[in-house]
Design a protein around this ligand. Structure first.
Ligand SMILES: Cc1cc2nc3c(=O)[nH]c(=O)nc-3n(C[C@H](O)[C@H](O)[C@H](O)COP(=O)(O)OP(=O)(O)OC[C@H]3O[C@@H](n4cnc5c(N)ncnc54)[C@H](O)[C@@H]3O)c2cc1C
Length: 379
């Protein structure tokens, strides 16, 4: 480590991004405090897909095995039409690395938190003003409505993207019958439905619809949007009481519009680059941020220089994926029959290798070669 590098860090926020960053910095020899405003680690929550780019980060942090033990391996990604026909499919597994993982978010958060040294995570510890924090490095990992970001860049505000997502988790015996080889998403006219096996024996389902003409408190997706859709969509909707769904209006930050550092402050995860969830990459990119940030601050001569390198390493990648996610959202939310027919025909004509190529651009990312943070004092 360069002699000029300071060593105390406060991470604001104990979600996936904050916990992973705290862990990576700690493994790199920093004295770390992670401050989370919630009084307890949330035990409820939905599912996440962790793509191979995220799995390589978890390997760097020495946690891949434990996360894998609590996940379902997903070997294929399919896009379907409401009548069940396949629009496109892409294998996501490689012989060396296996597939993506479907995980329950609370499991991932618990494993990351447990890997921190005792006393690192302060629960019930909201940060009101990041300028008050006494540390050499302050990391804003406080999500979409980040207080760190709004203190540094008050104009960088979330933008409503015009759609609503409902998410639920159900035991797999209540879910789709038989073996599911991977994740499946079905596109109708402006509405979508996804089914993902997650954890050990759970199924994560989600529905997306335009936000505009729905009652703002609509507790669950309306079954009539998915009438006559292929199995198991109608049955899943029927089986779930409205209070089993989590509702979420989709927002993002303008792609590339927020610098990821200023002075001793850095942003990771949704605080710096919240994006529409259409690629399922937000948490994966937060894990990438964590590993790259720890790498930069151990390699750089000063915190500020190191954070410049961090920003340079991350900004183009996250902005590119955020733009792509917006494009997918626009395509998927088309409601006019003629436009959806053209969209579906175009997708059916797209060879599977093109779909695979587009996916690979997101998931082929690798952590810096020297980023082994798998044990305390790794660096
Ligand atoms: C519908 C949907 C589906 C998604 N699916 C996927 C997927 O399949 N795969 C994927 O990789 N990503 C997915 N994402 C994105 C992913 O959920 C987010 O990108 C990721 O959770 C961001 O993590 P984070 O730690 O940056 O922020 P958050 O998870 O928002 O964590 C921020 C933390 O900071 C705390 N906090 C906030 N303010 C303060 C404060 N002032 N002081 C202290 N603590 C504070 C909060 O309590 C919270 O715990 C999805 C998102 C949505 C909405």
């Amino acid at each position: 480590m360069g002699s000029g590098v300071a060593r105390s860090a406060v991470v604001v926020g104990g979600g996936v991004g904050g916990l992973a960053t705290g862990l990576a910095l700690q493994r790199a020899g920093w004295d770390v405090q992670v401050r989370e405003r919630a009084p307890v680690i949330e035990a409820a929550g939905t599912g996440l897909v962790l793509w191979p780019n995220a799995l390589r980060c978890l390997r760097s942090l020495g946690l891949l095995g434990e996360v894998r033990d609590r996940s379902t391996e997903l070997r294929e990604s399919r896009l379907l039409l409401p009548d069940g026909r396949t629009l496109s499919r892409a294998g996501v597994a490689t012989p060396d690395e296996g597939g993506a993982l479907g995980v329950l978010r609370p499991d991932l958060v618990e494993l990351l938190a447990a890997a921190l040294a005792p006393g690192t995570l302060r629960l019930g510890a909201p940060v009101a003003d990041p300028c008050d924090l006494d540390a050499d490095l302050v990391v804003g990992a406080d999500g979409l409505r980040s207080v760190v970001r709004t203190t540094l860049w008050p104009s960088a505000q979330p933008v409503a993207r015009g759609s609503t997502v409902w998410r639920a988790v159900l035991p797999r015996r209540e879910g789709p019958p038989g073996r599911t080889p991977g994740l499946a998403e079905t596109w109708g006219r402006g509405v979508r439905f996804g089914v993902v096996p997650v954890g050990v024996g759970s199924t994560y389902v989600y529905a997306v619809a335009p936000a505009g003409d729905r009652p703002t408190e609509q507790p669950g997706p309306l079954p009539e949007w998915f009438e006559r859709w292929h199995a198991p969509v109608p049955a899943v909707l029927e089986s779930l009481a409205p209070d089993r769904w989590l509702r979420h209006d989709v927002h993002d930050l303008r792609p590339g519009g927020t610098p990821l550092h200023r002075g001793r402050y850095a942003l990771v995860g949704d605080a710096g680059h919240a994006m529409e969830p259409n690629l399922g990459q937000g948490a994966c990119l937060a894990l990438e941020d964590a590993v790259v940030l720890a790498h930069c601050v151990t390699a750089g001569a000063s915190v500020e220089t190191a954070l410049e390198a961090y920003d340079a390493a991350r900004r183009r990648r996250v902005a590119g994926l955020s733009r792509r996610s917006r494009q997918v959202g626009l395509m998927a939310s088309r409601t006019r029959p003629a436009l959806t027919r053209v969209r579906d025909a175009g997708m059916r004509l797209t060879p599977d290798w093109c779909t695979r190529l587009a996916l690979r651009q997101a998931v082929d990312w690798r952590p810096p070669a020297v980023a082994d943070l798998s044990r305390p004092g790794s660096r």
